[in-house]
Write a protein that binds this ligand. Structure first.
Ligand code: SAH
Length: 382
């Protein structure tokens, strides 16, 4: 608390005075009665309080959300053109001073995830201020993530403000045009956090035959082809994701290129490709979160090692591996060790040529290091 960390754990709370309800704004006091912060109360969660403000007397209402949201939108604008105005994360929760509030902009639409009781309580204020600060036509609520249940909140999705978005919304990412399914896609619809890494793939894959693992709607592959890749094989276990990947290929005029789509489990597919004697000049490994709790770190590491080992074996001499982990509980050091272990077992001479991370519209507040979740390594084999 004294380090301005925005989370208050249940074990650290001596007593709750009065009878606050979930989502109510409460005052947080030190054991000797000094005012520390105002926070959203969440009795069902281990994180019983999420701090709205460390400023005494700041009222948590319309004006508070107006200021925070205008600030967040302004910082994104100040990072243009690195952060594109019409396809970016506007609110990155704790790191933008709004615990549990995620808002991504896709063209004229905003897609939100509200992951805390406090965010839920003020959803109308948040939506109204997002509309006002951006001129968006509508805000869609994608609060259907499983973590909502930890806060005792139901999983829900639907319109929050303004007009309803069309089934597919088109965004631009560098030279690429991409379709986003705000209603049914993962998270808020797309993985904006990987924007800069997709750009790195575009710049480094000319002439290379690319294997895009965990491709989702094909973003890395589309970008690779924009950069002159010789071909791209996209693998994902989700049929609907691959269907959208095909549409994205067509939208970018790449349907006549050497593009393959494989609906398969990446673990198994990588082994099969090896049996078939296939090789690639570049491989992207962007798996879902393998570590979702501390108890799962070892198991998750085995998963990361497995795919990295298999991928390294498929690389041509001089080949590039873009390997990622979005598990917040797995730190950069350990991830690097896992990849090093995979390199050792693959008997490939491999070196890190670049470190990769989340795009700048996904900032990490220095008082909230947990906000750093995406890490990656660009590894080149000899
Ligand atoms: N690289 C993507 C985002 C990947 S999200 C982008 O830049 O947009 C992770 C993807 O992995 C999801 O699309 C999910 O369907 C897929 N997935 C999860 N487990 C998988 C598995 N075992 N094999 C193949 N795909 C898997």
């Amino acid at each position: 608390m004294l380090r301005r960390h925005p989370w208050i754990f249940s074990g650290g709370v001596g007593a709750v005075e009065g009878s606050p309800r979930p989502g109510d704004t409460v005052d947080v006091l030190s054991s000797d009665g000094k005012w520390l912060a105002s926070a959203a109360y969440s009795p069902k969660s281990q994180i019983v309080g999420r701090v709205w403000s460390f400023t005494p007397g700041e009222d948590i209402g319309q004006e508070f959300f107006k200021i925070r949201i205008e600030q967040a939108v302004a910082t994104r604008k100040s990072l243009a053109p690195t952060v594109p105005e019409r396809a970016c994360r506007l609110l990155n929760a704790e790191s933008d001073g709004l615990p549990g509030v995620i808002a991504d902009r896709y063209g004229d639409w905003i897609s939100c995830e509200l992951l805390s009781t406090g965010a839920e309580r003020f959803k109308d204020e948040i939506a109204a201020q997002l509309m006002a600060a951006t001129g968006a036509l509508g805000v869609w609520n994608r609060s259907d993530a499983a973590v909502r249940t930890k806060e005792g909140l139901p999983r829900t999705s639907g319109p929050l403000a303004g007009q309803e978005p069309p089934e597919l919304v088109e965004i631009e990412e560098g030279p690429a045009r991409l379709l986003v399914d705000i209603r049914n896609g993962h998270k808020t619809g797309y993985y904006l956090d990987q924007r800069d890494n997709r750009s790195a793939v575009r710049k480094l894959c000319a002439g290379r035959n690319v294997l895009n693992c965990f491709c989702y709607t094909g973003g890395f592959g589309v970008m690779a082809l924009h950069g002159g890749a010789a071909g791209c094989m996209n693998i994902d276990s989700s049929g609907p994701a691959l269907e959208l990947a095909r549409k994205n290929t067509a939208l970018n005029g790449q349907e006549h290129e050497d593009v393959e789509y494989l609906e398969d489990d990446v673990f198994a597919a990588l082994r099969r490709l090896r049996d078939q004697g296939r090789t690639f000049g570049a491989i992207v490994l962007d798996p879902p979160k393998f570590v979702d709790s501390r108890a799962n770190i070892q198991k998750g590491c085995r998963g990361y090692k497995d795919i990295n080992l298999s991928a390294l074996r498929l690389l041509e001499p001089g080949g590039l591996l873009f390997t990622f982990s979005c598990s917040g509980l797995l730190d950069e050091d350990l991830f690097q060790k896992v990849v090093a272990g995979a390199a050792l077992d693959s008997v490939r001479d491999a070196r890190i040529v670049r470190r990769l991370g989340q795009a700048p519209d996904h900032p990490v507040a220095l008082n909230f290091p947990e906000g750093q979740y995406l890490k990656g390594l660009l590894v080149q084999v000899a």
